[in-house]
Design a protein around this ligand. Structure first.
Ligand SMILES: C[S@@+](CC[C@H](N)C(=O)[O-])C[C@H]1O[C@@H](n2cnc3c(N)ncnc32)[C@H](O)[C@@H]1O
Length: 292
């Protein structure tokens, strides 16, 4: 006996809305373009996801086939078409104090280690990079944590926190630093009261003195060159490499290593791993690595 779903055409959703058809060749061309430009590796299982994320925009643009869309991206000289594409396919999911063990480890071990190392070097410079910062929650978690840790001594250090992402939409949200009550619920109440102010429409905005300390920039991690003048003490790149294939991840880890100061740390997501046979980073604890 046929079940209910067998009456639904493969190109239709349950609500009856038609999916734009995509051929294997079109999918492969767009998939390769995404991989070449941003390193995101889409499996064939992601075909439906790609169509559902792009078709509304394509219809609005008057494009009726994915070949037309592909041609449009190739011909776009401004780079905006690729940015729009990435904004649609990338997952920006994040939240404050995500994977809290990392933040506890920073407070309990890393900050003290780094400051005592800097004291021996007569340096005041602490450099942190949050790579793939999405809508800002991770970068603000780091900055608030540092402000809490250093307290009155914060001003005695020259602390720089660079937060980068490829998604223009995510960065715009990050810079504004405005979050719903639901989005700040993973933060302790005293932290919210100290570092956020309520807006007229019941949202919560990160206070100016914290926002001013975080530098948000657009940066594509598969860029062949890291354009930074100096290496970092702490690099966070969590839940980003999950979208990359192994060669892209291996290359990135190599570059991170070169941009980590001796004694500095790399934090990746708990569901991610790095090939320890290919790196000189030392494993410290799950998803935490140190350059000796
Ligand atoms: C799931 S979010 C992770 C956010 C945060 N790091 C966390 O762990 O909660 C992944 C982020 O990686 C960004 N991303 C994906 N590919 C990228 C690339 N090639 N260069 C820079 N950022 C990228 C996406 O735009 C997205 O904001």
């Amino acid at each position: 006996m046929p079940n209910a779903l067998s009456f639904i055409n493969a190109d239709m959703t349950l609500s009856g809305a038609c999916f734009l058809p995509i051929t294997d060749d079109e999918f492969n061309r767009i998939r390769n373009l995404i991989y070449d430009r941003v390193g995101i590796s889409l499996s064939h299982q992601k075909k439906g996801l790609l169509v559902s994320r792009l078709q509304g925009m394509m219809r609005n643009m008057g494009l009726s086939t994915f070949s037309e869309y592909y041609k449009y991206i190739l011909e776009d000289q401004t780079g905006q078409a690729v940015i729009d594409l990435v904004n649609r396919i990338s997952t920006n999911f994040t939240y404050f104090l995500r994977e809290k063990a990392h933040f506890d480890f920073l407070t309990n071990v890393v900050f003290a280690q780094i400051t005592s190392l800097l004291n021996t070097q007569n340096s005041r410079d602490i450099r942190v990079w949050c790579a793939g910062c999405s809508t800002g929650e991770e970068a603000y978690s780091l900055m608030i944590l540092m402000m809490e840790y250093f307290g009155d001594r914060y001003a005695l250090w020259d602390i720089g926190l660079l937060a980068t992402d490829i998604s223009a939409n995510a960065l715009k949200k990050a810079k504004a630093g405005i979050y719903s009550p639901e989005q700040i619920k993973s933060l302790p109440k005293h932290i919210v009261l100290k570092y956020f102010s309520q807006t007229h429409d019941q949202q919560w905005q990160v206070v100016n003195r914290v926002r001013a300390e975080v530098i948000f920039r657009s940066f594509n991690l598969v860029n062949p060159v890291f354009p930074f003048k100096k290496p970092f003490h702490i690099i966070f790149c969590r839940n980003v490499m999950i979208y990359f294939d192994k060669p892209t991840r291996d290359t990135l880890i190599k570059k991170y290593y070169n941009f980590t100061l001796p004694g500095g740390y790399l934090f990746i997501g708990h569901s991610e791993s790095i090939d320890r046979s290919l790196t000189s980073y030392q494993y410290v604890m799950p998803a935490v690595y140190r350059r000796e």
